[in-house]
Design a protein around this ligand. Structure first.
Ligand code: MG
Length: 161
């Protein structure tokens, strides 16, 4: 068995007039994340972790922000593209873990729904998808609610020597 690990990070600015979507879950909040797609920072960090495990570059390369196809895109659909890239190379996801850094809203009630979305798209069991939430203790731009950040790691495997 062969193994590869990757890590990903992303941050998006919080602005008025945008939906807040995290892990494919739309949250009720007065601010949303700004970006070309739906700006789902958790899915973006996860995609970078998956791509990074195979040194396939980053999501900016695969989904350029000036490409009209991705305007307002559901990031879970972008995740499907990334999973297909891995599958083409016979790689499968063993597990992923992540942390979302946000002062508000409270994410805990939504964590299981995010995990279920990601597990379904990755084709792995629910218990192989970690999503955690923390605040930034009111420190820095995330602490001032100017943005939301996410970190992710992914472990991939394939059969072979
Ligand atoms: Mg992003």
């Amino acid at each position: 068995m062969q193994w590869r690990i990757g890590n990903g990070y992303d941050i998006h600015r919080l602005v008025a007039g945008r939906p807040l979507v995290l892990g494919g879950v739309r949250l009720d909040h007065r601010l949303g994340l700004d970006g070309h797609s739906d700006a789902d920072v958790l899915v973006h960090a996860l995609m970078d972790a998956l791509l990074g495990a195979l040194a396939l570059g980053d999501i900016g390369r695969h989904f350029p922000p000036d490409d009209e196809r991705w305007r307002g895109a559901d990031s879970l659909v972008l995740l499907d593209h990334v999973v297909a890239l891995l599958a083409q190379r016979d790689w499968r996801v063993a597990n992923v873990d992540s942390v979302v850094v946000a002062e508000r809203p409270r994410l805990r009630p939504h964590i299981d729904a995010m995990r279920a979305n990601l597990a379904a798209r990755l084709g792995i069991p629910h218990d192989a998808v970690g999503v955690k939430a923390t605040t930034n203790e009111q420190l820095g731009p995330v602490g001032r609610e100017e943005g939301i950040a996410a970190h992710a790691v992914a472990l991939l495997w394939r059969n072979g020597p």
